[in-house]
Write a protein that binds this ligand. Structure first.
Ligand SMILES: Cc1cc2nc3c(=O)[nH]c(=O)nc-3n(C[C@H](O)[C@H](O)[C@H](O)COP(=O)(O)O)c2cc1C
Ligand SMILES: C=C(O[C@@H]1CC(C(=O)O)=C[C@@H](OP(=O)(O)O)[C@H]1O)C(=O)O
Length: 393
């Protein structure tokens, strides 16, 4: 499976093309819209999310609610486009228009955003040309693709969920949700204002976001994605670029503003001896092989172990500040405070939805590489056979 996304933040629309999906997979726009509307929510989002009502249009690869095996094209219209048609015009400027007269030009790059380096790299003196694609508006399509991947994984008995574990230094107490499966966690997270599984921490996170907003500041945090039901042996130790932990970490790090990744106990492992890190192996008739704990987060030797995969990513605070940091105007080279663009004070809850979907996409891709069939039923049969084999191994 491969895929692309395209589209500018304030352009007419966003597009994704997914190629390599099996045929006969049930797929509707409604399945994708659920993920899109969750991504738009979460306490801390800015005014743009009140303008957009992200709804996907499927324009190829699906007929009567089932995939055909041909490329699937997804589009989401930017409702904000109507306010930007002249600024974001696609046709060349007429001879009578001075490019300097185009409104909303950006010449004061925001520290922490792609503005300055993107401008240098692509020769854009209006840094809007960078912002338009570096914006996390693009994550709309990664959620749309991930929603298709999640539907594919569900058919194979693999379930994913994501929740927020930290915002601005407020952390969840894992005892409040440890051991709950993805199905029990889902309604708690979905009904929480910051998509968090610990209600007490959630209330303090909401307060921290409001306080930061009041100060013209922004907050980052940590999100956790859990995948249950994945068979052992996805990924491989035999070549560096086939390691599943490397692929999942890369997917997490590809999300705008994500700066670190850990699995299971993660960076805590540095503080512990091996006897408190590795997971003892056991076997019984019902489960086959399993681990008595899951401190490694479901991966050994670059392969899934069959235990739940637990991966966390850290998101830095949003770079656009209403009380902006110092910058330099690229036209005058004079020091100035950075441009203030409409912005989110905290997008960690939304980013947890993005994380769940990009991780699901990577997992779906790996499964399609591992098992070969052009129909979803063929894949189901292959995986069932393999699950039986590893149980008895
Ligand atoms: C869901 C989501 C929403 C975001 N919203 C904003 C925003 O409103 N303003 C902003 O400056 N950055 C926002 N960001 C972060 C920037 O997109 C990101 O910092 C920028 O693309 C630079 O990339 P880097 O942080 O990975 O270096 C958001 C990120 C995500 C995942
Ligand atoms: C549009 C989205 O997020 C945007 C991500 C973003 C950024 O710089 O990353 C900046 C803001 O864009 P705008 O200036 O248009 O409000 C966010 O709203 C979205 O998540 O759909």
């Amino acid at each position: 499976m491969r895929y692309f996304t395209a589209g500018e933040s304030h352009g007419p629309q966003l597009t994704a093309i997914i190629e390599g999906l099996p045929a006969q997979l049930e797929l509707t726009a409604e399945m994708i819209n659920v993920g899109l509307s969750r991504r738009q929510g979460g306490h801390g989002r800015g005014r743009r999310m009140q303008i957009e009502k992200d709804q996907v249009v499927i324009s190829s690869g699906v007929r009567h609610g089932k995939t055909l095996g041909s490329p699937v094209t997804l589009t989401v219209v930017n409702d904000d486009w109507k306010h930007w048609t002249s600024i974001m015009g696609i046709e060349p400027l007429g001879d009578d228009v001075d490019p300097a007269d185009i409104k909303r030009q950006i010449t004061r790059p925001r520290p922490g955003h792609a503005d300055l380096v993107g401008g240098m790299k692509y020769g854009h003196r209006d840094l809007r040309n960078v912002l338009e694609r570096s914006s996390a508006r693009e994550t709309t399509m990664r959620v749309a693709i991930g929603a298709v991947a999640k539907q594919f994984l569900r058919e194979l008995g693999i379930h994913t969920v994501a929740h927020v574990t930290e915002i601005g230094g407020v952390t969840t107490n894992p005892d409040t949700y440890a051991g709950k499966g993805t199905e029990a966690l889902r309604p708690i997270i979905e009904n929480d204002p910051v998509y968090c599984a610990d209600p007490e921490a959630s209330a303090r996170m909401v307060q921290a976001i409001d306080d930061a907003k009041g100060r013209g500041d922004t907050l980052g945090g940590v999100v956790e994605v859990i995948i249950e039901g994945c068979p052992p042996g996805i990924g491989s130790y035999v070549q560096f670029d086939r390691k599943m932990d490397g692929k999942l970490a890369g997917a997490m790090m590809s999300i705008n503003a994500f700066k670190g990744v850990e699995f299971g106990l993660g960076f805590e492992m540095a503080k512990k001896p091996g006897s408190e890190v590795h997971d003892e192996i056991a076997w019984n008739e019902e489960l086959g092989y399993y681990r008595k704990s899951n401190r490694l987060g479901g991966l050994e030797g670059g392969m899934t172990t069959g235990m739940p995969i637990v991966i966390r990513g850290v998101m830095k605070p949003i770079p656009t500040l209403y009380k902006p940091l110092e910058s330099v105007d690229i036209d005058t080279k004079e020091p100035f405070v950075a441009t203030i663009e409409r912005s989110d004070p905290c997008a960690v809850p939304a980013a947890s939805v993005v994380a769940e979907h990009v991780i699901a996409t990577e997992m779906a891709k790996a499964i399609m590489d591992e098992f070969r069939s052009d129909t979803i039923d063929g894949l189901k049969r292959e995986i069932e056979q393999y699950r039986q084999y590893v149980k008895e191994f």
